[in-house]
Write a protein that binds this ligand. Structure first.
Ligand SMILES: [Zn+2]
Length: 322
């Protein structure tokens, strides 16, 4: 999983703050209970004395020291404390620290492993960073249906999906780039979103841009001397596990921006990072738009998938399934 260092350390300092707040509020509650019911303070003082006696016992007699007397007194104190909770109608754990996550006590780690709560927060952050949280709730393999396709389209989509499943399952070991091209509405963006969601859910960093957004980014960096796009460091664009560029060819293209785009793609290729591009242009139009030399040089490293067929968005809006 790749998150920018600053995002990760922000999350960890939030954990520290939460943990500290929860401990302080438990201490505060304990002090108020001591004030109201001084017998609790008395018992806790006796616990502290008893612990000290135990340390002394071990110092004098080693690990084989007879702890019978200590254990007896310890049990007596616990029983007295329980009685007190009962007497005042209090929960027995009312003085304990209430952690947001009892499993890791708000540290984010269990031993050296990341706790489930930390994994969840990191995934949430990855979603935020990817720019497409709301879209992915609607467009994913769980919402895929072939009800609107005819037999030829179904066969194409089924074959495509099985290749996409391979792309996802081999993602960590095989670096591949995909180029989806063809008719508008034929499912390119939908499939791209399915991939993005699967990879985000398995903890990969995914960044999603429409082509015009990425050209804005390039302009920001080059002309406004900014190294960030929003809060997104440029290094994340180069290094995120998957970069998605949707609707290539709909942006305003000039030689400068296309050169910069190809620099990004080239850098990612050299770093073994996968990129998915979708476009309504065919290969000939891509060559005409971005120069034959650039297009061939870059797209030579892509697996090409041509989408043909009817506009599924229109079909799904109006017509009954086939
Ligand atoms: Zn936890």
């Amino acid at each position: 999983m790749k998150l920018s260092t600053s995002v990760f350390s922000d999350i960890l300092s939030d954990y520290e703050k939460r943990r500290r707040d929860n401990i302080l509020s438990a201490m505060d509650l304990r002090d108020r209970l001591y004030e109201k019911y001084p017998e609790f303070r008395q018992i806790d003082d006796e616990f502290a004395d008893l612990s000290f006696e135990r340390v002394c016992l071990h110092r004098n007699s080693g690990f084989d020291a007879d702890e019978t007397a200590y254990l007896k007194k310890h049990d007596e104190l616990i029983a007295r404390k329980k009685d007190l909770f009962k007497k005042y109608g209090l929960e027995e754990d009312c003085m304990e620290v209430k952690y947001d996550c009892p499993a890791c006590k708000d540290t984010g780690f269990i031993g050296s492993d990341r706790c489930e709560c930390l994994k969840k927060r990191l995934t949430e952050k990855l979603y935020d960073q990817s720019n497409i949280r709301s879209i992915l709730e609607q467009e994913n393999f769980g919402t895929y249906t072939d009800a609107y396709y005819n037999d030829r389209e179904k066969a194409f989509m089924n074959d495509l999906i099985s290749q996409i499943r391979n792309f996802i399952s081999d993602f960590d070991t095989t670096h591949r780039n995909l180029l989806f091209f063809g008719d508008p509405g034929s499912g390119k963006t939908f499939i791209t979103n399915c991939i993005a969601k699967e990879l985000l859910d398995s903890g990969h960093s995914v960044i999603y841009f429409s082509a015009s957004q990425i050209f804005d980014l390039i302009a920001d960096i080059k002309f406004r001397d900014s190294s960030d796009y929003g809060n997104l460091p440029l290094t994340d664009i180069y290094e995120c596990d998957l970069l998605v560029i949707d609707d290539l060819g709909t942006e305003y293209v000039n030689s400068f921006t296309s050169q910069e785009l190809f620099n990004i793609l080239n850098k990612r290729r050299l770093l073994d990072r996968s990129t998915i591009i979708s476009t309504n242009l065919d290969m000939q139009q891509l060559k005409e738009t971005y120069s034959e030399r650039s297009a061939s040089r870059i797209f030579g490293y892509y697996n090409l998938f041509e989408f043909k067929g009817r506009d599924m968005r229109l079909l799904m809006r109006g017509a009954a399934p086939i």
